[in-house]
Design a protein around this ligand. Structure first.
Ligand SMILES: *[C@@H]1O[C@H](CO)[C@@H](O)[C@H](O)[C@H]1NC(C)=O
Length: 247
């Protein structure tokens, strides 16, 4: 009997303790902004509507950041700040094709140079340009050396620190740096010589004296066909809807 009482007393003591430690929910109707984050769940917030506190969920994949903050409805991508420190998520992921959550930025299934931005479950393919790769931790394009698990590009296989012609371009080329290709352009009035693999004074076998430099897309048009497979595909600036082959 005595032990039972002790247990009950202890239990109520513990409950009392945790209740005292628990932070109380702010009333949004008593704040200037009329919106406050939920005290337990980082993906929920309270809004004062007609003098009543109403509970809302952030769009799936987002967490509460504050009124007029974040990407939509006061909600933001969770990795942008420590929004969820000491809090839980009330909602699990709702996934669609390419999207782990309805809103967010997600890695590509097969490519290191592409990624998906998802808005309400609709995925848009994005490309990293200029030899950058998608970094899942940073949720953005990054230097290859910062991206684990993505292979160095085969076009740098012959010489990890050499130059490689870019299609038939006369002024653009790839500069391999430790096996990672970086897009480069020869200084004005010089052309890339595919024999010496350097920028030289024209003319060369393939390149006359440049008139106006070609835009990059022009280079790509020239480089289509066999040369296109010579590029890290993500380095190509293109439209997400474009009909280019997946790499
Ligand atoms: C999100 O998409 C659903 C249908 O897929 C639609 O009913 C809803 O209105 C959309 N929400 C927003 C905020 O666009």
């Amino acid at each position: 009997m005595a032990t039972k009482t002790t247990v009950i007393v202890l239990a109520s003591l513990l409950i009392g303790l945790s209740a005292a430690q628990r932070q109380d929910q702010d009333d949004p109707c008593k704040t200037k902004s009329k919106v406050v984050g939920d005290v337990t769940y980082c993906d929920r917030y309270w809004e004062c509507v007609n003098n009543q506190a109403e509970l809302y969920d952030c769009p799936n994949g987002l967490v509460f950041a504050g009124k007029h903050r974040g990407v939509t409805e006061g909600c933001d991508y969770p990795w942008r700040s420590d929004y969820c420190e000491g809090k839980q998520l009330a909602n699990g992921p709702i996934s669609t094709e390419h999207c782990d959550w309805l809103y967010g930025i997600f890695g590509h299934e097969t490519s290191c140079t592409r990624y998906w931005t998802c808005w309400n479950g609709t995925a848009t393919e994005q490309l990293c340009i200029g030899g950058l790769l998608y970094n899942e931790n940073a949720h953005s394009c990054d230097w290859p050396e910062n991206v684990d698990g993505c292979q160095k590009h085969p076009l740098c296989n012959d010489d990890a620190n050499g130059n490689v012609p870019l299609g038939k371009s006369c002024n653009r080329y790839w500069q391999c740096q430790g096996g990672y290709p970086r897009l480069q352009r020869c200084p004005a009035m010089l052309v890339f010589d595919r024999r010496s693999l350097r920028c030289v004074v024209p003319p060369t076998e393939d390149c006359d004296v440049p008139t106006t430099p070609l835009p990059f897309e022009g280079d790509l048009e020239q480089g289509k066909g066999n040369a296109i497979s010579n590029l890290p595909p993500g380095a190509i600036q293109g439209k997400p809807s474009g009909g280019r082959n997946k790499n």
